[in-house]
Design a protein around this ligand. Structure first.
Ligand SMILES: Cc1cc2nc3c(=O)[nH]c(=O)nc-3n(C[C@H](O)[C@H](O)[C@H](O)COP(=O)(O)OP(=O)(O)OC[C@H]3O[C@@H](n4cnc5c(N)ncnc54)[C@H](O)[C@@H]3O)c2cc1C
Length: 400
C-alpha cells in the first residue's frame, strides 16, 4: 500500500508543505508516496490583502499546481485527529464523515480572528479575517454608497491598532472617496487599548505610522476599548459615542482548535509548541506548521509570528521534514533569521523595515512598490510547473 503524507489546510503553510514534500520525494526518487491535501477547497485565500477593495479577486486556484505536481486534493473539513489509529476524520459533506489514514500528518489549519464578546458585534460589526467576512464588508460599503450622505455613513471605526488595523484604516480614506465621491469628508477612527500609536513597534516605525495617520486625517482614540456596537454607532468604554455605520474588528487571532485532543503544549494563541523539526513533541508522526506552530526562528529568543512570511517558510520545512522522517533521512531544523515588515499606509505610501528591531529602510512610494511586489507576486502560488515550483520550495533557498 502507498504511504501517505496528509496535510490539513491549503493556506500558505499547507500549500508549501505539499510542494516541499513533493520536491523531496522527487529528489529521493520516491514515486510510491502519496501527498494529499485536505481542505474545503483547492484555493489559496490571500488573507494579507483583505483590507483592499475587490476582495473577490484575492484568491488563487491551486488545482493546476496540485495536478502538475501529482498532489492529491481531498475536499473536506477535518474534525478529529485519531493519533492512535493514525488517521483523520473529516466532513466530506454536511452529512458524510470519512476516515483517512496517514503515515505522517501536517497540521496547517491556520488561524481565525477571536470574535469579541461585545454586545452588538454579531449583528452590526465587521471583520476582514476570512474571505467571506471581507466580502461582507465590501458589500456593505458598496451599499452605503447608495445611501444619502451622513456622518455615520462617512465614518469608519477600526477596532485595534495593530498591522491589520493600520492597513485597513489608512486604506479607508481612498476607498471611501472612490465610493462616495472625491470631495466627501470622511472620518476614520482607530480605537486602541494601548497608550501610544503603534505602541508595540519600534520608535522609528511608530513615527512613520503617526506621520501617515496625521497626513491622512486618521484619528486615534487611545487607552480605550469598545463597550457596545449598535445600528447607528459605537460606544467606547470611556463613554465616548461615535456615530458610524461601519465598525471593523481587527484585534486578536487564535490558531485553529484542530487537534485539541492531542497531549501537547499550546501557547497563548493556541499554537502547538513544536520541535526544531516542527513535530509536536509527543508525536513523531505529527507536524504543525504556519499559524498552527509556535517555533523558534533562531537562537536569540525569536519565534515565528502568525504571519504569511513565516507560514511560507514553516510550510517548506514541514513538508521537507515529514518526508525526511518517513524515509529515514536527516531533517532540517527550522531557521528563519531574516525578519522584515512591509506595512501599507494607503495614499501616504508604505513603510518597509528590516530586523526584529524594525529599522526603517524604505518609505512612501519606494516601500509601496515593494509592498505591491510582495503581496501581488511573492506570496502567490508558484507557476504550475514542476521545476519552478520545486526550486521555490527548497527550504534552504533564500526567501526574504
Ligand atoms: C487582514 C489580514 C492581513 C494580514 N496581513 C499580513 C501581512 O501583511 N503580512 C503577513 O506576513 N501576514 C499577514 N497576515 C497573516 C497571514 O495571512 C497568516 O499568517 C497566514 O494566512 C497563515 O497561513 P496558514 O497557511 O498558516 O493559515 P491560513 O492562511 O489561515 O490557511 C488555513 C487553511 O486551512 C484550512 N482549514 C482550516 N481548518 C480546517 C480544517 N478543520 N480542515 C481542513 N482545512 C482547514 C483553511 O480553509 C485554509 O485553507 C494577515 C492576515 C489577515 C487576516
Amino acid at each position: 500500500m502507498k504511504q501517505r503524507i496528509l496535510i490539513i489546510g491549503s493556506g500558505f503553510a499547507g500549500m508549501w508543505s505539499a510542494i516541499s514534500a513533493a520536491r523531496l520525494a522527487h529528489l529521493q526518487g520516491n514515486t510510491s508516496l502519496e501527498i494529499a491535501v485536505l481542505a474545503p477547497e483547492p484555493t489559496l485565500y490571500v488573507r494579507p490583502r483583505f483590507y483592499e477593495a475587490n476582495v473577490s479577486t484575492l484568491t488563487a486556484d491551486l488545482q493546476p499546481l496540485f495536478t502538475a505536481l501529482n498532489i492529491r486534493f481531498i475536499a473536506g473539513y477535518a474534525s478529529w485527529i485519531d493519533e492512535r489509529k493514525k488517521g483523520v476524520w473529516y466532513q466530506a459533506t454536511d452529512t458524510e464523515s470519512v476516515f483517512i489514514s496517514y503515515d505522517k500528518l501536517i497540521i496547517a489549519s491556520g488561524s481565525r480572528l477571536r470574535s469579541p464578546d461585545i454586545a452588538g458585534f454579531a449583528e452590526y460589526g465587521f471583520d476582514i479575517d476570512q474571505h467571506d467576512n471581507a466580502m461582507r464588508l465590501e458589500n456593505h460599503l458598496n451599499a452605503l454608497a447608495k445611501q444619502p450622505e451622513s456622518l455615520a455613513r462617512n465614518t469608519v471605526v477600526v477596532c485595534g491598532g495593530g498591522f491589520t488595523g493600520i492597513e485597513l484604516a489608512t486604506e479607508m480614506p481612498s476607498r471611501l472617496k472612490a465610493l462616495f465621491g472625491k470631495d466627501t469628508d470622511t472620518k476614520i477612527v482607530v480605537v486602541e487599548r494601548g497608550s501610544a500609536i503603534g505602541g508595540r513597534y519600534s520608535q522609528a516605525l511608530r513615527d512613520i505610522i503617526t506621520n501617515a495617520s496625521d497626513e491622512l486625517g486618521i484619528e486615534w482614540h487611545l487607552n480605550s476599548g469598545v463597550e457596545t456596537i449598535d445600528k447607528s454607532g459605537v460606544t467606547l468604554q470611556d463613554g465616548t459615542r461615535i456615530e458610524t455605520a461601519t465598525v471593523v474588528w481587527t484585534a486578536g487571532v487564535k490558531a485553529s482548535p484542530l487537534g485539541e485532543n492531542l497531549v501537547a503544549s499550546r501557547d497563548a494563541s493556541g499554537r502547538f509548541v513544536v520541535t526544531e523539526q516542527l513535530q509536536i513533541p509527543a508525536y513523531s508522526d505529527i507536524f504543525a506548521t504556519g499559524d498552527m506552530a509556535h517555533a523558534k526562528t533562531d537562537d536569540n529568543g525569536n519565534t515565528a509570528l502568525m504571519s504569511c512570511q513565516h507560514a511560507i517558510q514553516l510550510g517548506k520545512y514541514a513538508g521537507h521534514n515529514a518526508v525526511a522522517s518517513l524515509m529515514g533521512i536527516k531533517g532540517l531544523p527550522y531557521r528563519q533569521i531574516n525578519y522584515v515588515t512591509c506595512l501599507d499606509l494607503g495614499a501616504w505610501g508604505a513603510v518597509y523595515t528590516e530586523g526584529w528591531d524594525q529599522q526603517v529602510k524604505l518609505v512612501r512610494q519606494e516601500a509601496k512598490k515593494l509592498k505591491a511586489a510582495i503581496t501581488g507576486e511573492l506570496i502567490y502560488p508558484p507557476k504550475a510547473d514542476r521545476n519552478v515550483a520545486f526550486a521555490a520550495a527548497d527550504p534552504l533557498a533564500k526567501f526574504v
